[in-house]
Design a protein around this ligand. Structure first.
Ligand code: PNS
Length: 164
């Protein structure tokens, strides 16, 4: 049984994340989508909202026999990965600009916990410029984000914006 952790902020989940999860499902029997609880950041969505959105949208992708779980974690990712008996950490790399930061994290994580491998995966090219940060920014400034996030996430973003 091969288990991976797919960590992130998922504020909110994008189609790029879903693409990586689908691809990860070809390699792993189980993927734990792990939302980082980060008290230093001011997220748009609460952990509970992010968890709900993830649970909704993972129903819409093809996962084969792969089991998907949604959890949250605090503290060091590698501690959580060991505690959950994971074999690997999955991270998506969109462009060369992601690589440097991701390499640093992967090597630091390896130093901290050599038993856990990091697996980098490339999303489909159409998502190569999609990030949660940009999705939030353009949406808050009035642009459409159709096709960049699942429809249910778009609806929740509209709700948030209405409520301010
Ligand atoms: O979606 P993000 O914000 O790019 O995800 C970043 C994440 C959650 C992978 C990273 O911030 C992380 O692993 N944080 C947990 C704390 C930790 O382990 N820090 C050391 C990393 S080398």
């Amino acid at each position: 049984m091969r288990r991976a952790i797919y960590p992130g902020s998922f504020d909110p989940v994008t189609n790029g994340h879903l693409d990586i999860i689908e691809r990860g499902c070809k390699l792993f029997d189980e993927i734990i989508i792990a939302i980082l609880v980060n008290p230093d950041k001011r997220p748009l969505f609460t952990i509970e909202e992010r968890r709900e959105m993830l649970l909704e949208v993972i129903q819409t992708i093809s996962t084969g026999n792969c089991r998907l779980l949604v959890e949250d974690f605090q503290g060091l990712l590698v501690h959580y990965a060991v505690q959950r008996e994971a074999d690997a950490i999955v991270r998506g790399i969109r462009a060369v600009s992601d690589y440097e930061y991701e390499l640093q994290m992967a090597l630091m994580n390896r130093r901290l916990e050599p038993r856990i491998e990091t697996v980098f995966m490339m999303p489909a090219e159409v998502y190569s410029y999609v990030s949660s940060r940009l999705v939030k920014e353009v949406f808050q400034l009035g642009a459409t984000i159709q096709g960049l996030v699942p429809p249910s996430v778009e609806a929740r973003m509209s709700e948030k914006l209405k409520r301010g």
